[in-house]
Design a protein around this ligand. Structure first.
Ligand SMILES: Nc1nc2c(c(=O)[nH]1)N=C([C@H](O)[C@H](O)COP(=O)(O)OP(=O)(O)OP(=O)(O)O)CN2
Length: 191
């Protein structure tokens, strides 16, 4: 059985090298929708795959870290990156371009890590992250499955390469970002 929980965030980006010139050459924003799909073939004591409420902690905090951010590709023009950091308190640097496809891969990897760290106390079965959908607009989305998340042809996403501005770290309410940042594989903004 599959269950799905929907999140949203507001974000801005440029996606270099894409065919759509407005997308490639102008900073623009999206009201992103993120759908998380969990799969399990067993129910817990509440006769649920996984209580939706459990996703309102770490996973919500992680997605909220992306809210009102300028997200850039770390291989973008150095001056552009510098200007992003100067003019936006909330920014995230990714080792891949911030297309819907790559954002879905980023979220898959990070949410998968958080779920694996979650202690289950209500007889949950083997709950696994089946896929993550990132909607950029009302008409376009990308869906990442496990094989996509780890596909080197799509670019390696080493979590330690993701950088968060101080403002994001400071505004995170505890839990998820702090724990992910404590992993050797996730880094904070360089000081
Ligand atoms: N496969 C992808 N194609 C495009 C992406 C993407 O991430 N993956 N991104 C963009 C741009 O970010 C753009 O802002 C969104 O493009 P588009 O869907 O064309 O947006 P519109 O609002 O113009 O769509 P309408 O259906 O005309 O409303 C481009 N492509």
């Amino acid at each position: 059985m599959l269950i799905r929980k929907l999140f949203s965030f507001e974000g801005a980006h440029v996606v270099r090298n894409c065919t759509s010139q407005r997308c490639a050459r102008s900073i623009h924003g999206h009201s992103y929708k993120v759908e998380i799909f969990l799969e399990c073939h067993q129910l817990d004591r509440g006769q649920m795959v996984y209580d939706f409420g459990l996703l309102k902690g770490d996973v919500r905090e992680l997605i909220d870290a992306f809210d009102h951010t300028l997200v850039f590709w770390q291989e973008d023009d150095a001056d552009y990156i510098e200007q992003c950091k100067q003019h936006s308190l909330r920014w995230i640097g990714l080792p891949v371009s911030p297309s819907a496809e790559q954002l879905s891969r980023v979220f898959f990897g990070l949410i998968d890590t958080l779920l694996q760290q979650t202690e289950m106390h209500n007889g949950e079965g083997n709950v696994v992250l089946q896929s993550v959908i990132v909607h950029e607009t009302a008409t376009g989305y990308a869906q990442c499955f496990r094989e996509d998340a780890g596909n080197p042809q799509m670019g390696l996403i080493v979590p330690s390469a993701i950088t968060y501005s101080h403002q994001i770290i400071n505004e995170a309410s505890g839990g998820a970002l702090t724990r992910l940042s404590a992993l050797p594989s996730l880094s904070r903004e360089a000081t």
